[in-house]
Design a binder for this molecule. Structure first.
Ligand code: CIR
Length: 277
């Protein structure tokens, strides 16, 4: 099998997911980009989270669930705390100071329970949220956003020297993966909004590899996951047009819809709710 085909076959294969419970404090204290808060219904958020976790379990993953912490309202968004690739975990220094305390429990579980080799980003000037790190199976793209900076991207490149790292400026929105993720091997889901399309043009022009694009009408729905051969994507009642795009695209993989109405109110997306190993 040619190397490219081998890499595509290995892409998106996982055995474990680390997730974290939802504290009550997510309702009033989670960080938001919007000027006005749309309050999370915590019970509904927990039900949706349970459906998400069950979807991962159904795809064969073992679930390691950390308890939520009331003093860390954004703690369910574990993706931002680490980048895991080929047995190594880079524990990040999250861009927002309110989120820095989240990494300790995540680091402990990755290192002690799951036996990964852990590198901890400790430089004072470096920041990174995992939501800015898009791994395609062949290379990394890192959004330079309000949360992630050049020093963070440099440490990622040093930690994973087998892959090239290309930075992508993000002028609006929270993270690169808010509107651009891998839907399948060599297929990127990209929102149709201007910032998403700008990011895609950068990726297309500056990346080392070529990818097909799946344009998604709603930026928020372009955050999807490819897990053990299945595409996990937005629910039709939340994003009817985008769900239809996933349904009618000629992708050769099964799909599962996952609800994410409540945590989306505090800018949570599907990828951000787990660390896949
Ligand atoms: C924050 O602003 O940090 C959280 N309220 C949302 C983080 C979402 N993370 C992600 O998409 N990777």
């Amino acid at each position: 099998m040619p190397l490219d085909a081998k890499m595509a076959a290995a892409f998106g294969r996982y055995h474990t997911a680390v997730v974290r419970g939802i504290p009550d404090s997510v309702r009033y204290d989670a960080l938001i980009q919007a000027e006005q808060r749309d309050y999370v219904d915590v019970e509904k958020a927990r039900q949706e989270h349970a459906a998400y976790v069950q979807a991962l379990r159904d795809l064969g993953l073992k679930i390691v669930e950390l308890p939520g912490a009331e003093d860390l309202p954004d703690c369910p968004f574990v993706e931002d705390c680490a980048v895991v690739c080929n047995g190594t975990a880079l524990v990040t220094r999250p861009g927002h100071p309110n989120r820095r305390g989240e990494v300790h429990a995540v680091k402990k579980v990755l290192e002690e329970d799951l036996g990964l080799e852990v590198v901890h980003m400790v430089e004072d000037e470096a920041t990174m949220d995992g939501g800015d790190v898009l791994f395609t199976g062949k290379e990394f793209f890192v959004g330079l956003s309000n949360r992630t900076n050049e020093a963070g991207a440099r440490i990622l490149a040093e930690t994973f020297p087998d892959y090239s790292v290309t930075t992508v400026p993000i002028a609006r929105g929270l993270h690169l993966k808010c509107f651009c993720t891998m839907a399948a091997p060599d297929v990127m889901a990209v929102g149709e909004g201007p910032e998403a399309q700008r990011a895609w043009q950068e990726i297309r022009a500056r990346g080392d590899h070529k990818y097909a694009v799946l344009n998604i009408p709603d930026d928020g729905a372009a955050n999807c996951m490819f897990v053990n051969g299945t595409i996990m994507h937005c629910a039709a009642d939340e994003f009817p047009k985008s769900a239809k795009t996933f349904t009618s695209a000629r992708l050769e993989y099964p799909r599962v819809q996952v609800p994410n109405k409540e945590l989306a109110k505090v800018d949570g997306s599907l990828t951000c709710l787990s660390l896949l190993i």
